[in-house]
Ligand binder design. Structure first.
Ligand code: GTP
Ligand code: MG
Length: 305
């Protein structure tokens, strides 16, 4: 594990307070005072879980389990949900970001436009630099005019190096970055990518091409293929995940803009439906606003109070 990320996160509770209200607070207060799980109570609960963005499939699965049993009472609802969500997160795998000391570590960052990919790269660069690592950014978003400039500013701020080529083919920028990283003994390469091309097909084709360049030129280096999802997009994010999963073998999710979002339940939906762990969370726009995702802390934060 990359130790810098293991710091405790005191503001997590604040960042997920809207999610806590929509996913736990509202559900618990609508159920807790009831004497039994009547159809009326369960329908209401299902609606609330869906509106918290847990997803229709998962919401009805939870409600159906309660419908077909007599052991669990409405007054147990909070503990029941807590255990349910803990299990789902656990089953999605380790939430620790993969990192190997003494080797090249490549992080391939993808996601639709505006979710926070470039910001995540900047934050990761900053974290790795703070830990004394040699960091190279590959400016693989050659499509959007301002993207490379944005990265340039961030990389300077973080103290990382950058490979950029105006209007070049994205895969060739990544190729060049990998050569440089190997020749000059870098610890980390962060690959930024476009969020939008002429159409979705072109985007997926370009991302697949970049992935192939990494696999071919640095076969043992791809540490994580990170899909960036904006917490505010909720269930739409899940649809996006499916497309990217097919194209580039996503290994984990970074959930950005969790600060203030009421749809943090998407972390559970991603775990349940995609079997993907959330490993990183973005809780603001500044360099230091990146945290490792810890399942236990997340659960405690949304169930406390
Ligand atoms: N509040 C908040 N804002 C964020 C977070 N992460 C990113 N942002 C903001 O989201 C906006 C888009 O971020 P970018 O990093 O440019 O997104 P992108 O995915 O690279 O976008 P494209 O390159 O256009 O595909 C910026 O205004 C960021 O400051 C976060 O964790 N919290
Ligand atoms: Mg970008």
């Amino acid at each position: 594990m990359f130790k810098f990320f293991s710091e405790s996160f005191n503001n997590l509770k604040k960042a997920v307070s809207n999610t806590a209200q929509s996913l736990v607070g509202n559900v618990v207060s609508s159920v807790e005072g009831e004497t039994e799980f009547s159809d009326f109570v369960l329908d209401d609960m299902e609606d609330l879980l869906i509106s918290a963005d847990l997803g229709v499939g998962y919401a009805s699965e939870i409600v159906d389990k309660l419908r077909n049993q007599s052991k669990i009472k409405p007054s147990d609802i909070k503990n029941y949900l807590k255990e349910e969500f803990e299990t789902v997160l656990k089953n999605a795998g380790s939430t620790e970001l993969n990192f190997q000391d003494g080797n090249l570590n490549v992080y391939f960052i993808t996601g639709v436009n505006g979710v926070g990919k470039t910001t995540l790269i900047a934050k990761l660069a900053y974290k790795f630099k703070q830990d004394g690592k040699k960091v190279l950014i590959a400016a693989g978003d050659t499509f959007r005019a301002a993207a490379e400039e944005q990265l340039n500013i961030w990389s300077e701020r973080a103290g990382a190096d950058i490979v950029r080529r105006d209007k070049a083919d994205a895969a060739s920028v990544v190729y060049e970055a990998l050569q440089k990283a190997k020749n000059e003994n870098y610890d980390v390469v962060l690959v930024d990518t476009a969020g939008r091309l002429q159409n979705k097909f072109n985007l997926m084709e370009e991302l697949t091409k970049i992935k192939n360049v990494i696999d071919k030129n640095s076969p043992d280096s791809l540490r994580e293929s990170i899909l960036v999802l904006d917490a505010n997009t909720g269930q739409n994010g899940l649809q996006q995940a499916k497309v990217f999963l097919e194209a580039v073998n996503i290994t984990c999710v970074a959930l950005t803009k969790l600060d203030g979002s009421a749809k943090g339940a998407v972390a559970l939906a991603v775990a349940k439906e995609m079997k993907l762990p959330v490993k990183l969370i973005g809780v603001g726009e500044k360099m230091e606003d990146l945290k490792s995702f810890n399942a236990e802390d997340f659960i405690n934060a949304i169930f406390e109070g």
